[in-house]
Ligand binder design. Structure first.
Ligand SMILES: *[C@@H]1O[C@H](CO)[C@@H](O)[C@H](O)[C@H]1NC(C)=O
Ligand SMILES: *[C@@H]1O[C@H](CO)[C@@H](O)[C@H](O)[C@H]1NC(C)=O
Ligand SMILES: *[C@@H]1O[C@H](CO)[C@@H](O)[C@H](O)[C@H]1NC(C)=O
Ligand SMILES: *[C@@H]1O[C@H](CO)[C@@H](O)[C@H](O)[C@H]1NC(C)=O
Ligand SMILES: *[C@@H]1O[C@H](CO)[C@@H](O)[C@H](O)[C@H]1NC(C)=O
Ligand SMILES: *[C@@H]1O[C@H](CO)[C@@H](O)[C@H](O)[C@H]1NC(C)=O
Ligand SMILES: *[C@@H]1O[C@H](CO)[C@@H](O)[C@H](O)[C@H]1NC(C)=O
Ligand SMILES: *[C@@H]1O[C@H](CO)[C@@H](O)[C@H](O)[C@H]1NC(C)=O
Ligand SMILES: CC(=O)N[C@H]1CO[C@H](CO)[C@@H](O)[C@@H]1O
Length: 544
């Protein structure tokens, strides 16, 4: 078995200035390669007038069009993107910089609404053409920070809350997203297009949403960084919901620092989302938290009973994980092994999470639909959506069933019933005293570290933060295994996987620091190569 990052883990300092093969401007000045370009590199290039935001939009748009027929990562390109870029270039010219993201293009998942020409459908024809009167709060914040919303990223339809037998990254209105690391790769989900789009440099980065795994898992499968923020750190207003108790919006980006820049721009209180009122004090500086020595003296637990499987490919991932523990130690961390979650087996058996999500989904979808200012298919409830899905052919029913919709509609309680509250309280025990919070306390830890594939649930049910960073890719002799539907490759050579840091609520700055310290010492992202990538670079569009 071979892992890209294991073995010589020499400390490699971040490259200064413009890194990578990139391309060259006519006069020989090197331009950043868009497969890997960072915020700092792009901001420096814009500042030095090597290129403009208009150039960035043109280049990223071409890159999308180069690969989208094959990968279906993007559902729509913002028809206003060039105009917005022009305006931001104009502001820059006159010295008005909105912040470090000024003039940089970002993709947003197709369940986050924008009050522009783009559709927000969660991948369903039921919402095609529907309008909202304002931007989702995170989108408004991005625009204020000078970000260009370049397009919408395809996703697992309804954030994977419709069917028992669909596939990751499939939506009726968007088709099937594929990952770029193996032909027909399962891109994971539900923020599938956000993962692929960010990984292939179809934009600077992307926003995704997570209820349980939907940022962490596609970030891992697409060889990038994902930050799943504490529920309430980023406003969920005007994102198509599952449950406000677990839904959270966060960045998928190629580097920890870029993800930190994006998180900085979208975090904050919002009167339209009461969960944000729990944010303690002022928002920390997440970019400044990116320090090489962030792990020094920190106690990092390993809840080993959550990943003790010896079957492949998981055993391989576990070995890579164990090698990574040595990197953390070398970076000064105190590894506290076997900080096991006492309630893990109970969590695996528990229906409580599904009950909470199901009860909330019905009520919260209704609230979202009530905010539409134009609703061409008259969707007012989950029952309407279910009926539509079963009868509108492109929704591919019954080949892709409506098991979750039907189950939610049959629940004998709703989200104000005692049953839902009891389930929620049980989750707080499973993830709290019996899980992450108990381990943090009992072993006096700063955080725990986990293979990304097992990192989401415990933090999901208590609303805690997790950061994932690339760890490796499966070896060339890995068997090719299809997903359960038989239409994607779920495990294969070169399939990327990650390592995740989880901590207490509002500990993003710490977790970002830990992930950065690991990333800078390993640089896995650049060693794992996609089999397909767009060729357009800035040099191809500058001045055209
Ligand atoms: C190269 O060209 C860019 C514009 O395309 C210009 O801003 C830059 O100053 C030039 N650099 C040199 C070394 O001439
Ligand atoms: C949104 O969907 C409508 C209906 O299909 C379509 O006419 C429109 O072009 C879409 N918007 C964008 C920006 O693609
Ligand atoms: C937030 O909470 C207040 C007080 O309970 C309530 O009046 C308001 O409607 C809530 N706002 C939202 C957007 O839920
Ligand atoms: C923790 O879990 C691992 C893996 O299941 C097991 O080998 C170990 O004995 C456990 N340690 C404790 C203290 O429970
Ligand atoms: C939606 O409702 C409006 C007003 O009741 C009606 O005119 C329209 O035909 C309905 N559209 C559909 C697709 O059912
Ligand atoms: C999905 O489930 C439905 C309902 O059980 C079934 O009719 C359909 O054949 C299944 N599709 C696949 C691809 O297994
Ligand atoms: C929720 O269920 C309770 C009974 O448990 C019922 O009284 C209440 O009207 C229901 N609420 C909604 C919004 O359906
Ligand atoms: C932490 O300690 C408490 C009290 O002894 C115990 O109930 C709980 O199971 C422990 N949790 C973990 C994850 O170790
Ligand atoms: C921008 C883009 O390529 N959108 C495509 C997304 O997928 C749907 C369905 O396959 C196409 O119709 C769009 O053209």
């Amino acid at each position: 078995m071979r892992f890209y990052q294991v073995g010589r883990l020499a400390l490699s300092l971040p490259l200064l200035g413009f890194a990578g093969p990139g391309s060259f401007a006519q006069n020989g000045t090197s331009l950043p390669s868009l497969l890997d370009a960072t915020v700092d590199e792009l901001a420096a290039g814009l500042g030095a007038k090597l290129f403009t935001s208009v150039d960035l939009v043109k280049a990223y748009t071409k890159r999308i069009l180069e690969v989208n027929n094959e990968l279906h990562a993007i559902t729509e390109i913002n028809p206003d993107a060039l105009k917005i870029a022009k305006d931001l270039d104009y502001e820059r010219k006159f010295g008005r910089l909105r912040g470090p993201l000024h003039g940089l293009p970002i993709l947003i998942k197709n369940n986050i609404a924008a009050a522009d020409l783009m559709n927000n459908t969660a991948g369903s024809y039921a919402l095609l053409g529907a309008r909202v009167s304002r931007d989702a709060t995170v989108v408004a914040k991005l625009r204020k920070a000078g970000v260009i919303i370049l397009g919408k990223a395809n996703m697992s339809q309804w954030a994977n809350f419709r069917s028992s037998n669909s596939s990751n990254g499939w939506s009726a209105h968007g088709g099937q997203v594929y990952g770029a690391y193996y032909p027909q790769q399962d891109p994971s989900g539900s923020s599938s297009g956000s993962g692929v789009g960010s990984s292939l440099g179809l934009a600077l980065a992307a926003l995704g949403t997570e209820t349980d795994g939907s940022i962490l898992s596609p970030a891992q499968a697409n060889n990038i960084v994902g930050i799943k923020p504490t529920v309430g750190l980023t406003s969920g207003a005007l994102a198509i919901p599952i449950s406000p108790r677990q839904d959270t919006i966060g960045p998928l980006a190629r580097t920890v620092k870029d993800a930190a820049y994006v998180l900085q721009a979208i975090a904050g209180k919002d009167p339209l989302d009461n969960y944000t009122s729990a944010i303690p004090g002022t928002i920390p500086n997440y970019v400044a938290a990116c320090k090489l020595d962030a792990l020094k003296g920190k106690r990092i637990g390993v809840p080993r009973n959550t990943f003790d499987t010896q079957t492949e490919p998981f055993a391989s991932m576990n070995r890579a994980f164990d090698a990574a523990l040595n990197v953390l130690k070398d970076a000064g961390a105190i590894i506290v092994d076997n900080t096991n979650y006492t309630a893990w087996d109970q969590l695996l058996q528990s229906p409580a999470e599904a009950q909470v999500l199901g009860a909330d989904f019905q009520a919260n979808l209704k609230q979202y639909l009530a905010q539409l200012t134009y609703n061409p298919k008259n969707m007012t409830s989950l029952a309407d959506v279910n009926q539509f899905t079963k009868t509108f052919l492109p929704e591919e029913y019954p080949s892709r069933d409506t098991f979750i919709f039907d189950w939610v509609l049959s629940l004998p309680f709703n989200n104000t019933s005692p049953e839902a509250w009891a389930a929620y309280q049980y989750n707080q025990y499973l993830g709290g005293t019996g899980g992450l919070l108990g381990a943090l306390q009992n072993y006096t830890l700063d955080a725990v570290v986990l293979p990304t594939r097992v990192s989401s649930s415990v933090s999901a049910i208590i609303g805690g933060p997790v950061v994932t960073v690339p760890l490796g890719a499966l070896a060339p002799d890995t068997p090719v295994v299809p997903n359960s539907r038989g239409d994607l490759v779920a495990s294969s050579p070169n399939y990327p996987f990650g390592i995740a840091f989880a901590g207490p609520h509002w500990s993003e700055a710490k977790l970002i620091g830990f992930a950065y310290a690991f990333e800078q010492r390993t640089n896995v992202r650049k060693q794992v190569k996609p089999y397909i990538a767009p060729k357009t670079e800035l040099v191809d569009v500058i001045g055209i």
